[in-house]
Design a protein around this ligand. Structure first.
Ligand code: FAD
Length: 457
């Protein structure tokens, strides 16, 4: 079938706009967050509702063309777009409806964490979500979901109660503990392999204002900070979230001007307990080493979850690598200390997320997310503006990754992994992989949903 006929067929079937190469909106519609991804789909369908999603899935299957599913478009490997195929773009489906009586929320599959947090915050409620407000709840939740609240609330996927899922045969199924339980198990960590989630239902916890923000230290003190953090966080109160990081000091008013551009070590803190107890809870972070800059204080939870948006605008080049870490050993810390000082760009960062606390309450086989014994999830997030510098930045990420991989588990968090990490997928799911492959064979035997960290049927 020609691209023109496919577009015609889609326009007859869906309510939302169908954008093809001849349309003015095409370049905007084919663009995803990572500017390194430059793909030209035959059509981008801005789905208006679950019915449109079904129509796109049917059209892709019947015409045997690639199908990309896009929530927030943040996938670093660019899974939210494709060459020649069809994109089911959910960015028009962002309604978020809170039920304060049951402390639950129903959010459409294209909502961002900004949409989500704003809606739930007005009721003094929240759940674990991404630390950048423009990331989609879709891709993040089906891959697991790590954020400031995960020590107290678990992963984003742990807070999922139910989901509406369009499967490869075009059916709309409810997945929950009571219906299509195997599908529900698989979409909690198994990524976009099993269908398109058109709506997520989450449980919420009372979180309104938090006590948090970044605190920066000299790079020379990174060793002390990391050794302290690994011991401290092992049994710190669960309300205390946040993570150590390395970062080039951005030109922000709370950082002394003469330090802008220096590589510093940091802790991004988030105390989500009673806000008046926050100062005491983060005091150890203020005492561990001399402080270069401190912006920790009380603020609305959505403010922390959008505080670093400006460092990651659309249009940067991205190349990321990730590891799960059992013990953050002295040797692992030494590997960080060797490579972090060479941070090449102000947008790039290294985050060492603690994934203990409530994440460990869920057993490894309870959801698809298998690494319930890991204590940290590390991401080496290479992000820089100039495509001319791709080679050197990618090399820095790879060298850093290789050095830390020697002190890490086999798998890495699926949502932080690169497109050249497909060989690590089985490692990521460990004993859960075979069950995922069996469920994939039931719901997507033809592997229609293959533009993801792919689980083969
Ligand atoms: P998309 O590119 O739209 O989709 C990514 C994948 O998810 C695709 O395979 C797609 O098919 C699938 N998908 C998307 N929506 C749906 C849906 N509704 N139903 C089924 N499948 C779907 N991760 C964290 O855990 N915590 C963070 O704090 C965090 N911060 C990030 C910050 C930035 C700047 C970036 C670029 C990424 C961050 N991530 C974080 C990683 C993030 O979880 C992944 O990139 C995730 O895939 C993004 O989801 P998306 O919907 O925006 O992506």
């Amino acid at each position: 079938m020609s691209a023109g006929t496919l577009i015609q067929q889609l326009r007859e079937r869906v309510g939302g706009p169908v954008i093809g190469p001849d349309d003015d909106a095409y370049d905007d519609a084919r663009t995803v967050h990572n500017a390194m991804i430059d793909r030209r789909p035959a059509a981008v369908v801005r789905c208006a509702h679950a019915g449109d999603v079904r129509a796109v899935v049917d059209a892709a299957r019947e015409n045997e063309v690639d199908l990309a599913v896009r929530g927030g478009g943040h996938s670093v490997p660019g899974f939210g777009t494709c060459d020649d195929g069809v994109v089911a773009d959910l960015s028009g489906m962002r309604d978020v409806r809170v039920d304060p009586a049951t402390r639950t929320v129903r959010a459409e599959g294209g909502a961002t964490w900004g949409d989500f947090d704003t809606a739930t915050h007005s009721f003094g409620l929240a759940t674990t979500g991404g630390i950048i407000s423009t990331t989609g709840i879709g891709g993040l939740t089906v891959g697991g979901g790590i954020g400031y609240l995960c020590r107290s609330q678990g992963l984003s996927c742990d807070n999922l109660i139910a989901a509406d899922v369009v499967t490869a045969d075009g059916r709309l199924l409810v997945a929950s503990e009571r219906e299509n339980e195997d599908l529900f198990w698989a979409i909690r960590g198994g990524g976009g392999n099993f269908g398109v989630v058109t709506a997520f239902e989450f449980r919420l916890a009372p979180v309104k204002d938090i006590y948090g923000g970044p605190i920066f230290y000299e790079l020379e003190d990174a060793d002390t900070v990391l050794r302290f953090f690994r011991e401290f966080i092992a049994d710190a109160p669960r309300e205390l979230g946040g993570f150590p990081a390395f970062q080039i000091a951005p030109p922000l008013p709370f950082i002394p001007e003469d330090r802008h551009g220096d590589v510093l070590s940091a802790i991004m803190a988030c105390w989500a307990g009673p806000v008046e107890e926050g100062e005491r809870a983060v005091q150890p972070f203020r005492e561990v080493a001399p402080v270069v800059a401190d912006a920790i204080g009380p603020m609305p939870y959505p403010m922390l979850n959008s505080a670093f948006d400006a460092l990651v605008p659309p249009g940067l080049q991205h190349y990321w690598k990730a590891n799960f870490v059992g013990e953050l050993t002295d040797d692992a810390i030494a590997a960080h200390l060797e490579h972090a000082p060479r941070l090449p760009a102000v947008n790039s960062t290294i985050h060492i997320y603690p994934v203990n606390g409530a994440c460990h309450d869920v057993s490894p086989d309870e959801t698809a997310f298998a690494y319930r014994d890991a204590n940290f999830a590390t991401v080496i997030a290479g992000m820089w503006p100039d495509p001319e510098e791709n080679e050197s930045n990618i090399q820095w990420v790879r060298d850093y990754y290789r050095a830390t991989a020697a002190h890490s588990e086999g798998g890495g968090y699926i949502n932080f992994m690169a497109d050249d990490d497909q060989s690590r997928i089985q490692d990521n799911y460990k004993a859960n992989y075979d069950r995922l492959a069996r469920i994939k064979a039931v719901y997507d035997p033809g592997n229609l949903f293959h533009l993801n960290q792919n689980i083969k049927p």
